[in-house]
Design a protein. Structure first.
Length: 280
């Protein structure tokens, strides 16, 4: 990676809007959102159901095309990329975790992870070792040979996260990844996300309502009615320091969250950051 690549923003949404036309009605799912994601940044996007969070993630992932504005990855407009280039981008540079795990039901947890590596062209021995590494990372190596129906909802989501990080992507885009996790597993997974952001400068962008994640995120954006209505950063004490609301006149900015819990945070297990490093 060149010095210029390290300093330029990784992912940029530049005045992005997305409008759907449904039975003669216009639905403005995302409205004029600008967002910059840098390497190693852990960003949470918060909002109620239907606020536009998932649509925004789909635009950032290149799964959908903005009606107006641009999404740029490493300085390039995603809309200008061909289908083959976009496929390579998603295979190697963008890891996606959906609300539903999206696992192939007839494959084991190991095979679901290994398949993504096989598609990306990774050699057999490296595929085997890497699949075991990431499953161990999310605490599921003992259940690697179980198929999805033999796993709990939380375990299925952890396999999906292992699959997303297997290629050591530049950015992870996660849509409500703690929806099926209990509090202990959620804390463990986002402790892992935090370690990944620091160890490999991997950007993490996630939608969430989870209090634990907000405490770990470096930056929080509140979205409502398709607009980013308030943004803030998370201090070392876990408290969010917000800027001025940016909702349009007459629109109330929703509260970001309650005050940080006074309970002390559980310590996170150390993670060997060498497993996140890309080969030279």
């Amino acid at each position: 990676m060149t010095a210029n690549e390290k300093t330029q923003p990784l992912l940029v949404a530049d005045h992005v809007s997305r409008t759907f036309h449904l039975e003669g009605e216009e639905v403005h799912a995302v409205r004029d959102i600008s967002l910059t994601i840098n390497r190693g940044q852990f960003v949470a996007i918060v909002g109620r159901s239907g606020s536009g969070k998932t649509t925004l993630l789909n635009l950032l992932a290149g799964l959908d095309t903005p009606s107006t504005g641009q999404v740029r990855f490493e300085g390039r407009d995603v809309a200008d990329m061909g289908e083959k280039e976009m496929t390579e981008l998603r295979r190697h540079s963008i890891g996606i975790v959906f609300q539903s795990s999206g696992l192939l039901p007839l494959l084991s947890a190991f095979d679901n992870v290994e398949l993504s590596l096989r598609i990306a062209g990774v050699g057999a021995r490296e595929r085997y070792e890497r699949a075991e590494e990431v499953l161990d990372l999310v605490g599921l190596l003992p259940r690697a040979r179980h198929r999805p129906f033999e796993l709990s909802g939380g375990e299925q989501q952890r396999v999906a996260i292992a699959r997303a990080v297997a290629m050591r992507p530049s950015v992870i885009l996660a849509d409500e990844p703690t929806g099926e996790l209990d509090s202990a597993n959620a804390e463990s997974i986002f402790g892992l996300f935090s370690q990944m952001a620091g160890a490999e400068e991997m950007a993490i962008v996630t939608t969430t309502h989870d209090q634990t994640l907000l405490d770990m995120a470096q930056e929080v954006h509140v979205i409502g009615d398709g607009l980013i209505v308030e943004s803030g950063t998370v201090g070392s004490d876990g408290a969010i320091s917000t800027g001025s609301p940016i909702a349009t006149p007459g629109e109330a900015a929703p509260a970001t969250r309650a005050a940080a819990s006074s309970a002390s945070e559980s310590s996170q297990p150390a993670v060997d950051d060498s497993i996140f490093r890309r080969p030279d």
